[in-house]
Design a protein around this ligand. Structure first.
Ligand SMILES: C[S@@+](CC[C@H](N)C(=O)[O-])C[C@H]1O[C@@H](n2cnc3c(N)ncnc32)[C@H](O)[C@@H]1O
Length: 967
């Protein structure tokens, strides 16, 4: 039972917490020192267990705050050491009958089956029967009293059962209270239903007639919260349910990153059931293990365990209801309803996939369902984004077909977030891959998630306002609801980001292939008139994007082209080749500029290769042709050759004089764009997979982004900014150097792609972009370059340099405080708040108000300490920050390393004992914060690039509308 899924049967442990005094059986009048003497004599519970083969050395049982009793390390343990082992013969065992699952019990395979995600631990008839059987055995032991072989064990199971937070406990839970979390409503009702069934099954057992209702509930609750599922070395459903003395005193910990992750795992060894450490454990540390890989709501419903704080459970999920009205809505989000045939086609498709109740909202969950490729939310949204009934029919199978379970990543648990990560960012097979369609779909997802988030915030606000007492039901619901609200906020942000990325891809005219910069790069190479060919190019680009790298390399080999580089480069090379090939073909449409020269050269080469053959043919023809015609032809040939020579001479002269320089620059620019492109692609692919945290990338020593950004150069660690874009300099330095006073533009390094090196075109002052285009005129990034096109004095004067990125923001004061908004973006991008790019930075609009708005206002800027107005001025986090503060969850979850509990440790509530830590969810969140900022910055550059493509109104329009969203 190394990894046990929470639906795979009851397991676990747990008398309840607050009221129970430590109930270790004691002999009356026994003074301290008892344990030692017992150990020597082999008497007492522990001694008897030891005599019979149990290994319990080195562990201590103590009170563990509100969790009741707990087991603690009495000495240091190494990794993979057995801390406690109990022979099977000391356990109560109940086989789980191998009855075939009832159809209603099987986990639904259809993606829209409604209950696909949530399957209660006792959802299967066989395990319900086994639980009742085990409860009957426990009752028997209890009723037999001291003569029962396991009477001592019965003494360790608290008499105060059922636990107050377990659904079996009276009085029943208030529906209004549960309604604060839709997930809880659902799980609680399933749990209560199953508990009732088990109770009925237990009551039907002969032994139950001798027991009161209260005692029956006691026995069942003990089984539900303390039993272990044994698999006998086989996968699948548990073969046996077991009450395992002593081991069931270990408390639960949810999987998360950091020091408070579970210390042990349960192992079935041949005749022993053992707890084995998963890491080194210090003497005095509590020994814990994961009862179940389940969200907080499920843990509450089965074990009566209240949530363990924000970010503390990486298995947490939250419900996103998709209203039935979504089926009737217009595919592009317009207020008008969809045409009736389209709505009918959608409904029919969903019904075929198991969404039978079109009148009720469909409950999907995040993060599992929001994963980009196979997530149910994404798939549903893609279906609803399709514009016509035939399209829906055509793509239904591709979009809605059941997805096979994904394998757990090597060496890792399959958390919902990891599952999302494993599934990558590409849509399902066969999807047209249209960026605008993707963007529409993610907008829909974002809308649903935002609405769910809004509701969750409201509900949370109401609950937090009541300031529930620690350990109460309200308190437990608050913890669950807070964790869910956090997930919904993330999901909404994620969906927005994906929509934005898709829109940008669309605006840049391509799929994922060469990335957003593909067309920009093309525009650098092509003459202005060649823009019309872009549609075709982007179609080719899409085709190429769908190929794998080996396939691309194969193609390159066929074309005698180099096969090195990443996918984007390979595609670009092929496109280039195709472009040059096709542009050389039609007469009168010879390309100008470098591409033209290249194409001509290639054509000339090809001609040369064919020359001997042609010459022979020609000779043959000549022999057949009349002399007159021959004379004409020879004249024509001479004239042609003359023209050709002139052209070649002219071309050479041109190349000699200007071309060489221009070519060099152009190449350099293209290279820079390529590098940026790669960075951006990296960024977007990171973006896609970021739903699950990426260890290492961007993680500072402090465990948080503040460390990275603050220090200036830590930012560089492994990121593409450093390697791809800026040569050896750190981010801070290059922004500083680059912007300031038009010195060396984007950073001083010679290798720097954004300029720096002498004569670089992005650099200041020289004849680079200024000459060629009005928009980039003037000199470099620093002084005047961006002023004109980007409105007023925005970009130029103060941008990027002195005030902004380095000193205040990225530099010393780390990420949070002043960066990006007040000083930097505000002033630099748009000091007078008039430019379209400027808005957001200034705090007046743009970014703040747009998709990321909620994250932004006062949130990550000021949120190094989330106390004051963190996360979102408008709502929830404020509230529950306060509440958490008061109710024993310190504010630490998302703070800087060490903030958890630092300075304000609420005393003895069970949650303040944890050392400072980051959970992996909190870590992921931190990562995203950093990511969002980088994303903003990158998107800004995309804007410029898109803008400078031409005066193409469509592209400019797209850039403007996106900028409103981004900034
Ligand atoms: C198997 S028992 C663990 C031992 C238990 N503490 C005792 O005193 O017997 C499981 C019960 O302990 C409590 N518990 C376990 N882990 C907990 C946690 N992380 N937070 C709160 N309560 C916990 C719950 O009441 C649960 O039902």
């Amino acid at each position: 039972m190394a990894v046990r899924h929470w639906w795979q049967g009851p397991l676990g442990s747990g008398p309840h917490a607050a009221t129970r005094p430590a109930p270790l059986p004691r002999r009356p009048g026994r003074p301290c020192g008892r344990g030692r003497r017992e150990k020597a004599r082999g008497s007492g519970r522990r001694g008897r267990a030891r005599q019979r083969g149990a290994r319990l050395d080195g562990v201590r049982v103590r009170r563990a705050g509100e969790q009741g009793l707990g087991v603690f390390a009495g000495r240091d343990f190494g990794r993979a050491e057995v801390v406690a082992a109990v022979p099977r013969r000391l356990c109560l065992l109940e086989p789980v009958a191998a009855v075939p699952a009832e159809p209603s019990e099987a986990r639904p395979s259809a993606p829209f089956g409604g209950t696909a995600n949530w399957y209660h631990a006792l959802g299967c008839d066989a395990s319900r029967r086994a639980a009742a059987g085990l409860a009957a055995q426990l009752l028997r032991q209890r009723l037999l009293g001291a003569s029962a072989p396991l009477s001592h064990y019965c003494g360790t199971v608290t008499p105060e059962m059922p636990l107050s937070l377990q659904p079996l406990a009276a009085p029943p839970w208030d529906a209004a209270l549960l309604s604060h979390s839709p997930l809880l409503v659902r799980l609680h009702s399933e749990a209560a239903r199953c508990d009732d069934t088990c109770l009925a099954l237990l009551s039907a057992q002969p032994i139950a007639t001798a027991a009161s209702e209260r005692l029956r509930r006691w026995a069942l609750c003990a089984v539900l919260t303390r039993s272990f599922s044994l698999y006998g070395g086989l996968r699948g459903r548990a073969r046996t349910l077991a009450m395992v003395p002593f081991l069931d005193l270990l408390n639960h910990r949810s999987p998360c990153e950091g020091r408070s992750a579970p210390t042990c795992r349960f192992e079935e060894q041949s005749d022993l059931l053992a707890m084995v450490t998963t890491r080194a454990v210090r003497s005095g540390e509590e020994l814990t293990f994961s009862y179940a890989l389940a969200p907080d709501a499920a843990l509450l419903c089965q074990y009566g365990i209240p949530g363990s704080g924000l970010g503390a459970n990486s298995m947490n999920e939250a419900m996103v209801p998709v209203p039935p009205s979504a089926l009737r809505a217009s595919p592009c989000g317009a207020p008008a309803a969809a045409p009736p045939d389209l709505a009918a086609a959608r409904l029919a498709a969903l019904e075929r996939q198991g969404w039978l109740s079109a009148g009720a909202p469909l409950l999907l969950s995040v993060p599992a369902d929001s994963c980009p490729r196979d997530g149910r939310l994404a798939r549903l949204a893609r279906l609803l984004a399709l514009g016509s009934a035939p399209e829906v029919e055509r793509w239904e199978r591709h979009l809605l077909a059941p997805v096979p379970e994904h394998k757990a990543p090597a060496g890792g648990r399959r958390t919902p977030a990891r599952r999302a990560e494993a599934q990558g960012g590409a849509p399902g097979a066969g999807w047209p891959g249209d960026a605008s369609l993707e963007a529409r779909a993610w907008r829909l997802v974002a809308g649903w998630a935002r609405e769910a988030w809004r509701l969750a915030s409201e509900a949370l606000g109401g609950l937090a306002g009541r300031e529930p007492e620690a350990g109460s039901r309200e308190w437990a619901v608050l913890a669950v609801a807070a964790a869910e609200e956090e997930l919904l906020a993330e999901a909404a942000g994620d969906a927005e980001r994906r929509a934005l990325a898709a829109e940008l891809r669309g605006a840049a005219g391509g799929g994922r292939g060469p990335g957003l910069w593909g067309p920009v790069r093309a525009s650098v190479r092509q003459r202005p008139g060649a823009m019309a060919a872009e549609g075709e190019a982007s179609a080719q680009q899409k085709d190429l994007s769908s190929l794998t790298v080996p396939q691309l390399k194969e193609k390159l080999k066929e074309a005698n082209l180099p096969v090195s580089g990443n996918k984007a480069e390979l595609i670009a090379r092929l496109l280039e080749k195709e472009a040059s090939g096709s542009s050389a073909a039609p007469a009168g449409d010879a390309p100008a500029g470098q591409e033209a020269a290249g194409a001509e050269a290639e054509a000339a080469q090809a001609k040369k290769a064919d020359e001997p053959k042609e010459a022979e043919e020609q000779k043959e023809k000549e022999a057949e042709q009349p002399t007159e015609q021959k004379a004409d032809d020879s004249k024509a040939t001479e004239a042609d050759e003359e023209r050709k020579e002139q052209k070649e001479d002219g071309g050479e002269a041109k190349e000699d004089k200007e071309g060489e320089k221009a070519e060099g620059k152009e190449e350099e620019d293209v290279e820079k764009l390529d590098k940026l492109n790669m960075s951006l692609d990296d960024l977007i692919s990171t973006d896609d997979t970021i739903g699950a945290h990426k260890k290492g990338k961007g993680k500072g020593k402090q465990g948080g982004w503040s460390g990275d950004w603050g220090g200036g150069d830590k930012w560089n660690g492994g990121s593409s900014w450093k390697n791809d874009s800026r040569g050896g300099n750190d981010w801070k330095q290059s922004w500083k150097d680059g912007g300031g006073g038009g010195k060396s533009s984007w950073g001083g390094g010679k290798t720097d792609s954004w300029g720096g090196g002498g004569g670089s075109s992005w650099k200041g002052g020289s004849a680079d972009y200024g000459k060629n285009s009005k928009t980039w005129a003037g000199s470099s990034y620093g002084d005047k370059s961006y002023d004109k096109p980007y409105g007023g004095a925005s970009y130029g004067n103060k941008s990027y340099d002195n005030k902004s990125y380095d000193s205040k923001s990225y530099g010393n004061s780390s990420y949070g405080n002043k960066s990006y908004d007040d000083k930097s973006f505000g002033k630099s991008y748009d000091r007078d708040d008039t430019s379209k790019f400027g808005r957001g930075g200034g705090g007046g609009g743009g970014y703040d108000k747009g998709g990321y708005g909620s994250f932004d206002k006062g949130s990550y800027r000021k949120s190094d300490d989330r106390g004051a107005a963190s996360y979102d001025k408008g709502a929830s986090y404020d509230k529950y920050d306060k509440t958490y503060d008061k109710s024993g969850y310190d504010k630490g979850g998302h703070d800087r390393a060490g903030a958890r509990g630092s300075g304000r440790d609420p005393p003895d509530r069970g949650y303040d004992r944890e050392p400072p830590r980051y959970s992996d969810r909190a870590m992921a969140l931190k990562y995203r914060q950093g990511h969002a900022l980088r994303h903003r910055a990158m998107v800004g550059y995309v804007m410029f690039a898109v803008q400078r493509r031409a005066d193409d109104s469509e592209v400019t329009q797209a850039a403007v509308s996106l900028s409103a969203f981004v900034w």
